[in-house]
Ligand binder design. Structure first.
Ligand SMILES: Nc1ncnc2c1ncn2[C@@H]1O[C@H](COP(=O)(O)OP(=O)(O)O)[C@@H](O)[C@H]1O
Ligand SMILES: [Mg+2]
Length: 240
């Protein structure tokens, strides 16, 4: 539920389709996420998870179907306008700028979203103190776990209402994985944020998410609350 339109999902997708050229990758996806929920998209490599996230944040345009944010259709709006209107995105593989400093990486996100106020919110450094300690260092000098914190910090710098993270635990050490899980839970509980996560690590989903969506070949084949995530579904659709 959100305060603007009680009863309206924060994010809603209807019959979403997408093709790369002639190759159809998303075959008609439907889902909704309510405010203050952590939903997780799971599925094997190549099924279309990243393509879905890129459509949601406006980096790709659907070939059919629609996307609604707080009840308003945004299907054809540009990526920068979604960033300034409440979407935060942590892409797969982090994609930080290796030659820019940590501080510059964070400011770039504010400019890209067209936000005039160029000050990095202190909450970003409060959430990830290592980014403050390393603010003058180049992004490329950070460890993988620190780069992931930078990628999440960068997405948080625009104070999003919905945060989309694509495989944030990929190639990350267990202690940082735990930290990321705790951070996202806190963002939901303390900042009323809504989170959509792509994640293949089942234990992480069970520990931190509320709802799951399993994707196979561009379709959702199973959905539910995480307590309904059973071994049969996991073995059938996830690479274990
Ligand atoms: N830029 C692209 N051009 C053409 N095909 C692509 C492109 N990106 C991904 N694909 C293809 O689309 C399918 C879905 O990819 P992707 O969304 O990255 O899957 P996932 O994130 O689930 O691993 C795959 O078959 C992949 O090869
Ligand atoms: Mg992917």
């Amino acid at each position: 539920m959100n305060k603007d339109n009680p009863g309206t999902p924060l994010l809603e997708v209807k019959e979403l389709e997408f093709s790369y050229g002639e190759v159809k990758v998303l075959h008609g996806l439907d889902f909704q996420i309510n405010k203050k929920t952590i939903a997780c998209v799971m599925g094997r490599n190549g099924v279309g998870k990243t393509t879905l996230m890129r459509n949601l944040v406006g980096l790709e345009k659907p070939s059919a179907g629609s996307i609604f944010f707080k009840g308003k259709e945004i299907t054809n709006t540009e990526g920068y306008s979604r960033a300034s209107s409440g979407f935060g995105y942590v892409p797969q593989g982090r994609q930080i700028f290796p030659l820019l400093t940590v501080e510059e990486n964070l400011s770039v996100a504010l400019s890209a979203a067209g936000i005039d106020q160029q000050t990095i919110p202190t909450s970003v450094y409060d959430t990830f103190p290592v980014l403050y300690d390393m603010r003058k260092r180049r992004g490329g000098d950070l460890s993988g776990g620190q780069q992931q914190q930078l990628a999440i910090g960068r997405a948080l710098s625009t104070r999003p209402e919905v945060l989309i993270l694509d495989e944030p635990t990929e190639g990350i050490q267990p202690n940082i994985i735990t930290m990321i899980g705790e951070v996202i839970r806190r963002l939901v509980e303390e900042n009323d944020m809504t989170i959509l996560l792509v994640e293949q690590y089942v234990d992480f989903v069970k520990e931190y998410a509320d709802e799951f969506l399993v994707m196979n070949r561009g379709l959702f084949v199973s959905k539910g609350t995480v307590d309904q995530l059973d071994t049969l579904t996991i073995n059938k659709h996830l690479s274990i």
